[in-house]
Structures are given as C-alpha cells and as structure tokens.
Design a binder for this molecule. Structure first.
Ligand code: B12
Ligand code: SF4
Length: 486
C-alpha cells in the first residue's frame, strides 16, 4: 500500500515552508487502477541533480517519485495541490508524457509548470501547444541544473537562457530563449557540480545482497547512434559528451563509503563504453585499491570490450567489477546492421565468455519486434540468449537476459524511418499502453519487470505482436526459473 503522508513521499524538502519547486517523476501508469507489483526502481538521478543544485543555492525544493511509490494519478495531483509549490517540474519521457499531461491539467493554475526530459526535447512545440500544459512557464531542453536555478530565481530572465522555450501569450507560438555566448548553460560543468544529495532519492542507497548500494552517473551523453535509443547522439544534438574526472568519481564513492556504501551502479551509457574512459578510470581505481572494498556494476559496449586486452579485463575484475550490462539487442546480423549496433553475435559470444570466465557477471538487454524483423530473426535472438546462458553455465560469472518489446521513441533514427513510411500517425506511435503479462500479478516470473511491459500495440515487425509477446514471456520465464534454481 502506498504511504499517505506527503512527508513520507516528498523527499529532501522542508515542508513547514512553502516549496520553491517540487520535481515530480510521473508514474508509468495510474497505480490506483492496477497496483504496482514491484518494490524497487532506480532513482531519478537527473531530478536529484537539479534539486541538489537548487538546494545549494538556498532554495527549498523536493522530489516526489510517484513511480517509485506506485502512486495513482489523483493521489499524486492531490499531494502537489496541497503543497502548492511555486513551481512544479516534470521529467517527461515519451511513455510518461500522457500521464504527466493529465497530472498537469489537474493542478492549480497558479502553480508554474517547468518541463524537461527526453520527450520535452523531442517534441517541444507539440507539448507547448497542448492545452493541458497551459501553465508551462518554461520548457528546458537538455541538462537543466544551471538553467532551472536561474528560472526559479526569476523566470522573467528566460529569454536569456539557451534552449528554454515557452508559448508566446499573444501569438500562441513557441518561443526559444538564449542570448549570444550563453551556450555554457547547455553543458553544466560536471566536475564542479555538487554530488547528488541522496536525501532527494527514493531507495538510494538501498540494501541488497548484504551490501548498501548507490547509483551513480559517471558521464553524460553517448557518442553512438543506435537507431531505437532515446540517448542516441543524433536524438540529442544539444549534448556535449563528457566524462567525470576519475578523482571526482572516487571522491563521491569515498563519501558514500563513509555512510556504509560498498556497492555502486553506474547507470550511464559510457562508463565501459570507450577504451580511453576504461583506461583512465582503471588506472585511478587501481591506485586507490577500489577492488579491496567495493563491488560495482556498469553498462558497457560489446565492440569496445571486444577490443580490450585480457590484462584489461583482469584489471576490471580485480577492481571490483561485478556486473556489466550490455546491449546485445538481437541475434540477427541484418537487424544489428539496421539498428547500427556495430556488433555481431560472434563478438557477443566472445565478450560474454571472456567476462564470465573472470567471474564478471553479464546482463544482456534484448529487444524483440524491431521494425521489419521477421519471425526467423526473432528465433535467432532467442537462440543467442540460449547460447549465452550455455556459455556462462560453465563459468564463475553468470549471464542473465532482460528482454523488452520494441517501442518507438520520438527523435530517434527509427522514429524518422517509421514516419517516412507514411503508414503511421504520431498519435499511433505515441500510444504507449501498459500490457499485463503477469496475469494480474499472479505470475512471479513476469512481475519483476511488469512496469516495463508496455506497447504501442502496432505490428511494426514482420512477426505478429502475439509472436513477439510469446517469445518475450518464454524468455522471461526461463530466466526467472534459472534465477530461482541458482
Ligand atoms: C537510469 C534510467 C532509468 C531509471 C531512472 C529513471 C529516471 N526517471 O531518471 C529507470 C530504470 C527507473 C528508468 C525508467 C524508465 N526509463 Co529510463 N533511462 C535511464 C538512463 C539509462 C539514464 C538516465 C540518467 O540518470 N541520466 C543521467 C541524468 C543526469 O540525466 P537525465 O536523467 O537525462 O536528467 C537531466 C535532463 O534530462 C534534465 N531533466 C531531467 N528531469 C528534468 C525535470 C525538469 C523539470 C527539467 C527542467 C529538466 C529535467 O536535467 C537533468 C540533469 O541534467 C536513460 C538513458 C540516458 N542516457 O538518458 C534512460 C531513458 C531516459 N529511459 C527511457 C525510458 C523510455 C524509460 C521508461 C519510460 C521505460 C523504459 N525504460 O522503456 C521508464 C520511465 C519510468 C519513470 N517514470 O521513471 C528512455 C527515454 C526515451 C524517451 N524519448 O522518452 C531513455 C533515454 C533510454 C531509452 N530507452 O532510450 N530509466
Ligand atoms: S543503446 Fe547504448 S550505445 Fe546505443 S545509443 Fe543508446 S546508450 Fe548509446
């Protein structure tokens, strides 16, 4: 049951005083209709960073993670209206846009609306002209820490800030701010930002498998262009790819260590995604003997790890690398080329073998139902998952598969391709709908990732949707049985 009291739900703020801003992560669906069946989700680090920066500038701000708390729509709106902050900020992702817009429409009109996140970047004009967003004073494209603080201090300066948009009150057309040489706002100095204040985060640090674990961001932006991905470089022209200095990362890890944290998860795309980053980080980790006290997980790129020497993989293991999450995506070479993944199944076999034989666990992400994908190509993906399980079965490290149904995201190369076919409308491609594969919560095997089971319910692949879902369910069940058996 969700907790009722705002003081349990709104984190980091002094609720005795009026809030300058409340940052709200909308739920993926209205949990008053079908309750959330999971009790853990990763924290909203982006909003945590903004709130931390604003608090350092003396503002009274809080974060309400309605997804993590499994809140219903009315409940979320009631909390916001009761607190009546000066501003409310939403992190808009494509699948949470609709629910965020419904929330926005239910708020008192005197609360100023601040919008950001991937969907705000992909479709700003459509959002600003959505009547439910009529209270929007500022839509911020991209990394928002420094611009949000300026806006909270005095939103009339929005015309000076680059990548800040609003609706002209007379002409009803979108306007973009920004004076010359104000580009620095788009790429906040990541080594000077205060470490994210975990008072703003739900379940972070959290206790798991005998350790306190915290999530971290080591880099911003991704240089790759995988055609389905919202983080792809072509979908994020505003972003300058940056990696935090090793000393800065180690200082944050050390601060957390003093609070008892000894496990870390790097959520960003680049930590093990570029050779230069791996080399620099591991030199620093080795010098500080991180492997003596910490275990950490990170995302990685198969093509990059494939080029890493055996010595480097040994160094990663010695430095505490516990699990690498890899975008394997497909077992079909044609699909891998189509999505510009720059890997092939042979490379994946080799990387999974070389990591697991060193005791490093691997989590593989797979997508079923890519546009144009055939049943035979889906079968190749299913076979690849089985091959990777078999490879790891004999090794000290394990392999686990996490499979998703394909869905399109605005701004990505796939979105452009799908729209160019002339077969779909924007509304159809945005019609993300929750799909219950858990038999109303009864099937344990499907519960773990229930909130990620949503679909636009269009057959975008050559294979029927039912074929995609049957394979998704059988892979998920098998993975679950392996976990239970282990
Ligand atoms: C960690 C992560 C998660 C975590 C945490 C989610 C969260 N809300 O922060 C979990 C696992 C819970 C998650 C869930 C989902 N995620 Co996710 N996630 C990521 C990931 C890998 C990193 C995000 C991150 O922490 N970045 C680091 C921080 C510093 O950056 P940031 O979050 O972008 O925040 C900055 C700006 O966006 C902006 N900003 C953020 N919030 C706000 C709010 C306001 C008011 C303003 C003005 C600005 C602003 O300022 C921040 C600081 O600079 C990204 C990939 C990526 N590279 O972005 C995908 C990504 C953001 N997720 C995505 C999606 C679709 C989802 C889901 C809808 C389901 C899914 N995976 O398919 C759910 C949504 C649930 C929810 N409501 O939270 C997509 C978004 C695509 C799109 N176009 O919408 C991405 C890009 C990955 C992808 N599949 O392509 N996700
Ligand atoms: S899938 Fe990973 S590597 Fe590809 S663009 Fe997205 S974040 Fe970058």
């Amino acid at each position: 049951m969700p907790l009722e009291s705002p003081s349990d739900l709104v984190l980091g703020a002094d609720l005795q005083r009026r809030l300058d801003a409340l940052f709200v992560n909308a739920p993926l669906r209205d949990y008053s209709i079908r309750p959330r069946v999971n009790d853990f989700t990763l924290p909203v680090l982006g909003m945590g960073y903004i709130a931390t920066y604003a608090a350092h500038r003396g503002m009274n701000v809080g974060v309400l993670d309605a997804e993590a708390h499994g809140l219903g729509l009315d409940h979320t709106a009631r909390i916001i209206n009761d607190l009546a902050p000066r501003w409310v900020g939403f992190n808009l992702l494509a699948p949470t846009y609709e629910i965020s817009a419904r929330l926005a429409a239910a708020l008192h009109p005197e609360i100023k609306l601040l919008l950001g996140g991937h969907q705000a970047k992909a479709m700003p004009a459509e959002i600003l002209t959505d009547p439910r967003m009529a209270c929007c004073e500022a839509l911020v494209i991209g990394e928002a820490e420094t611009r949000v603080v300026e806006l909270l201090e005095d939103h009339r300066n929005r015309a000076e800030l680059p990548g800040v948009m609003w609706l002209d009150p007379v002409l009803k057309t979108p306007v973009t701010g920004g004076r010359p040489s104000s580009g620095g706002y788009l790429a906040p100095p990541i080594n000077q930002l205060p470490f994210v204040d975990r008072r703003f985060l739900t379940q972070d640090p959290h206790f798991d498998a005998g350790r306190w674990e915290a999530n971290m961001v080591g880099a911003r932006g991704c240089p790759y262009d995988c055609s389905f991905c919202g983080a792809a470089v072509s979908a994020n022209p505003d972003i300058t790819v940056r990696i935090r200095e090793p000393d800065n990362i180690l200082a944050e890890m050390d601060e957390l260590r003093r609070c008892g944290v000894s496990a870390f998860r790097f959520v960003d795309d680049l930590f093990l995604g570029a050779k230069r980053v791996i080399n620099t980080m591991m030199t620093a980790f080795t010098a500080e003997r991180v492997g003596d006290w910490a275990a950490w997980d990170a995302t990685g790129r198969i093509n990059v790890l494939n080029r890493a020497s055996d010595d480097m993989l040994d160094t990663l293991a010695a430095n505490g690398l516990r699990e690498v999450a890899l975008g394997v995506e497909s077992g079909s070479e044609r699909v891998l080329q189509l999505i510009d993944k720059r890997i092939d199944p042979e490379m994946t076999h080799s990387v999974v073998r070389r990591l697991t034989e060193r005791g490093i666990n691997v989590k593989g992400y797979f997508i079923l139902g890519f546009p144009t994908e055939t049943e035979a190509e889906i079968d190749q993906t299913v076979r690849l998952v089985h091959d990777l399980w078999a490879i790891a079965d004999d090794q000290p490290g394990s392999f686990r598969a996490s499979a998703f149904e394909y869905r399109p995201y605005p701004g990505t190369p796939d979105w452009t391709r799908l729209m160019a076919t002339g077969r779909y409308t924007v509304d159809q491609l945005l019609n993300y709908t929750a799909v219950d594969l858990t038999s109303s919560g009864a099937e344990a095997a499907m519960r773990e990732r229930d909130e990620f089971n949503f679909s636009v319910n269009l057959q975008l692949s050559e294979a029927p949707i039912d074929y995609v879902r049957r394979n998704l369910v059988s892979l998920s069940r098998e993975q679950y049985e392996r976990k239970v058996a282990a």
